[in-house]
Structure formats: C-alpha cells, structure tokens
Design a protein around this ligand. Sequence first.
Ligand code: NAD
Length: 333
Amino acid sequence: MSGTLKTGVIGLGFFGSRHARIYADHPAAELVAVCDSDQARAAAVAGETGAQGFDDLHALLALPELEAVSICLPDRLHEEAALAAAAAGKAILLEKPLAHDAATARRIVEAVEKSGVRFMVGHILRFDPRYVQTFYAAAPERLGTPIHIRAKRSGIRATAQRLGASSSILFYMGVHDIDAMQWIARSRISRVYAQKVELLGTGNEDALYAVVNFENGAIGNIDYSWAWPDGLMNGFRSTLEIVGTKSAAYLDCTDQGLYVVEDEGTSGGDTHLWPEINGRIAGDLADELGHFVQATLSGKPYVQHYREALDAIPVLDALAQSAQTGVPAEVVR
Ligand SMILES: NC(=O)c1ccc[n+]([C@@H]2O[C@H](COP(=O)([O-])OP(=O)(O)OC[C@H]3O[C@@H](n4cnc5c(N)ncnc54)[C@H](O)[C@@H]3O)[C@@H](O)[C@H]2O)c1
C-alpha cells in the first residue's frame, strides 16, 4: 500500500458523517468516496469533504482505487455491505455491533476470512483512555482473580426514539459494555439472566438489567437504560467497576469534566468521544480511525482482533432471549 490510505464511508448518518470528516482531515488518509441511500445526504457530505458521492454501496465498492471502507449502516444492515466489501477486497472498519445476531456475525467473519481482507470492528472503548487504563489496572498480577464486575450505561429517550426499531438497547449501547467486561475481566460470559421494561413506546427497550456469569467464576451485573429524560447532561453516562482478590478498579463517566453554567441551568460538553477541537474531530473516535488507517497501511495487527468482537454477539442473543422468556439463558458459541 502507498503512504496514504484511500478510504470510503458507507452510511452517512450520525456516525458515518463523523467517520467521513475524520478521514478527510487525517494526514495519512484520503477520503475518496462516500455513500448513503439518501441522495441528498450523500451529496451534502461529498460537497463538504471533496469526496465522490454515491447512493449505491456497490458502485462505491467498484472503485478500483478504494483501499478501505468504514461501514456505518444501521445495526441490522451490516451483513450485505460487509460481504460486498470483503468480496471487493477492501480493508473494512465495521461499526459495532459486528452484527445484530450471532448467526449473521459468523457469516460476516467467514466471508472476511475467506477473502483475506483486513477487518476491524469499531469498539470505541478500546480507544477510550478511561477504559484502557481500567484494563491495565485489572491485569492479573495487580487485580488477582476477578470476583465481580459491574457495568452501567444510561442514554436519553431521544436516541431510542431516533433509532426506533432499527436498533435495540443491546446493539446500540449494550455491546460496548459486553465487550468491555469480557476484555477487562479477561474472561467470556457464559450465562445470563435478564429482565427488561418497555413503557415509553419508542420502538426499543427502555431498560434492561441482567446478572451474568463468567467462565472464570466471576459474577457480573449490567444495567442499561435509554429511558432518561433528554436533559441528562451530555446525553449519556456510564460506569464500570471490577473487584478482584488483590485489588479493584472503577471508572465513572457520569460527566465529562466540563460544566457550562448559564442562567437557564448547567450543561456539559463532549471532552472524550468525538469533540470538535480547533476545527477537527478529536478524541476516541479520531484515535480509533487513526489506528485503523496506520495499522492498515503498515500491516500491523489492530488493537482488537475481530474474533473478540465476535465473542460479544452470542451474549447479546442470550440477553435478548432471557429478557424475552424470563428465565436464564446459556451463551451459545
Ligand atoms: N461506536 C459508537 O460509539 C457508535 C455511536 C453511534 C453509532 N454507532 C454505530 O454506527 C452505525 C450507524 O449508526 P448511526 O447512528 O449513524 O445511524 P443513522 O441511522 O444515523 O445512519 C445510518 C445511515 O445509513 C443510511 N443507509 C441506510 N441503508 C443504507 C444502504 N443500504 N446504503 C447506503 N446507506 C444506507 C441511512 O440513510 C443513514 O444516513 C450503527 O451500527 C451504530 O451502532 C456506533
């Protein structure tokens, strides 16, 4: 590969539009093409970034000069694009979750392995300094054996309303913490017992709580909600704690460390995820895409192997099954 990675972005909604801007600004990337089935959106992002705009992902993937692609389509639409990108020989950054169920996720992995293309899943917490430091603190020589681990993620109901039935609390939010818990505990979840509530009529679950068991004997607890009123500062909060036989670690992203106080009240601002700093998108997402660009160019491994991303998806299936049936479910791998 040359010194610059020629990239494209498929899906230009909330997240894909950010991927496009980051590639357009990255010194080692060239944004060649963008695609959205909404022609006006494709034209707008193409106009802002100088890339070619398409409304058909197959036309974008047919560009011979294109080397890599971000897939930022709704959660249930990852398969067609991932299989087409693999068949076209492009390196792939697929937004999380790898897929909306384990059978689909396995088909994507199979296609990627058959084609031999580079493949990374966009697990952004692998690039968040707070989560990465917690992973370091939970190293076995420091933490000992994990005893219990808890993750909490709260979002606002406007997000659930925006996505409707195209997503679920598990695909959009929950997969972050399932991946983080398995990564930080250095063990996979084997069994879950979940319950959910749906009162607000958003087309999604309002809340899902679960108790989970890890292969290494630890127990875990997850607490997801996107029933919070839209006034929740920064639109989300998350926490994670792990307690081991020798030490413990916890992180708290309840706020972003920034408070803006006006007569109308106090508000926050994004200081970590994808803040705009000096005219560019910075933070975890820019670090993630920068890593994808550099590791693809150099041929070095990505920080997370896609098989670890795959490990999260059967847990989502088991959580959905348990929440539906009201009884515990085994994770089928
Ligand atoms: N890592 C994170 O923190 C994070 C945050 C937000 C979203 N995401 C992920 O990013 C993905 C996209 O989420 P979003 O919030 O941007 O969704 P979105 O609904 O805002 O955007 C999806 C876009 O895809 C387009 N689209 C739909 N079908 C298409 C097709 N066949 N061909 C081309 N374009 C098509 C839609 O017109 C829309 O513009 C999801 O998988 C989501 O889970 C990750």
